[in-house]
Design a protein around this ligand. Structure first.
Ligand code: SF4
Ligand code: SF4
Length: 212
C-alpha cells in the first residue's frame, strides 16, 4: 500500500486529485519565477541593471555602498540610553548583568563622596565577542535603559580594544532609539506618561488631606 508524504493512503481513487494538487502547486511556483524573470528581463532591456532595496520584487544590494534597513525588531548589540540633558537612564541595579546568559556585562556602581552608592554606573562594560544578541538585558531592564542596536558591522583585528565596549561607546541618545524602534518607543512613552499622570493625581489627592 502506498502513502503520500502526509501518511495518507494513496489509492486509485485519490491519486488523480493528488497529482492535480501537485501540478497546481508547481504551476503556481513557476508563475512566480516567470513573473520575476520577465520583470528582471524587462528592466535589463530598458538598461536598468539593478533594483534598489526600496523597490518591490527582486533586487541586488550593492553592499557595502548600499544597505537595507533591518526590521524594527532586529537586534545586534545592546546600547545604553541617555535622556535630554545627558541623564543616563541606567541606575546600575545590575539586573541585566544577572539575566545575561553568557555573563558578558560588568557594572561598577558610582560611589558618592560619603562612600554611599549613587544610582549611576561608574563603569559599564559589554564583551561584544561573547554577547549572543538574545536581548534579555533589554527585556528585563526596569528602567528602559538598555536597548538593542541595529548596527551589525563589527569586524576587528583584535579583541580587547574593539570588542570590550565601555560605557562611553555604549551611550546613545533616546532619539536614536526612537528612530530605530518607533513602535516600542511610542508604547514606552505612553506608559511613562500614564504613570506620571497617575502620580500627579495621587499627589493632588494627598494635598487637600495634608492641608486639613
Ligand atoms: S541597564 Fe537597566 S538593568 Fe542594567 S544595570 Fe542599568 S538599569 Fe539595571
Ligand atoms: S543581548 Fe543577551 S547576551 Fe548580549 S548582553 Fe544582553 S543579555 Fe547578554
Amino acid at each position: 500500500m502506498d502513502h503520500d508524504r502526509n501518511g495518507r493512503v494513496v489509492t486509485d481513487d485519490n491519486v488523480g486529485p493528488l497529482l492535480a494538487g501537485l501540478a497546481r502547486g508547481a504551476a503556481r511556483g513557476m508563475a512566480v519565477t516567470l513573473r520575476h524573470f520577465f520583470a528582471a528581463l524587462g528592466d535589463y532591456a530598458r538598461g536598468r541593471r539593478v533594483r534598489g532595496p526600496a523597490e518591490s520584487g527582486l533586487f541586488t544590494v550593492q553592499y557595502p555602498e548600499e544597505k537595507t534597513r533591518p526590521p524594527e525588531n532586529f537586534r545586534y548589540l545592546p546600547v545604553l540610553l541617555y535622556d535630554e540633558g545627558d541623564k543616563i537612564r541606567c541606575t546600575s541595579c545590575g539586573i541585566c548583568a544577572k539575566v545575561c546568559p553568557p555573563q558578558c556585562i560588568w557594572i561598577v556602581r558610582t560611589a558618592g563622596p560619603d562612600g554611599k552608592p549613587v544610582p549611576e554606573p561608574a563603569e559599564f562594560t559589554i564583551d561584544a565577542s561573547i554577547c549572543m544578541s538574545c536581548g534579555y538585558c533589554a527585556e528585563y531592564c526596569p528602567f528602559d535603559a538598555i536597548k538593542m542596536d541595529h548596527r551589525y558591522e563589527l569586524a576587528a583585528f583584535e579583541r580587547r580594544e574593539s570588542l570590550l565596549q565601555q560605557k562611553e561607546e555604549l551611550l546613545v541618545p533616546t532619539s536614536y532609539y526612537a528612530q530605530l524602534h518607533p513602535t516600542d518607543f511610542a508604547a514606552e512613552e505612553a506608559e511613562r506618561l500614564a504613570k506620571e499622570a497617575k502620580e500627579r493625581e495621587k499627589a493632588a489627592a494627598r494635598e487637600p488631606a495634608a492641608a486639613q
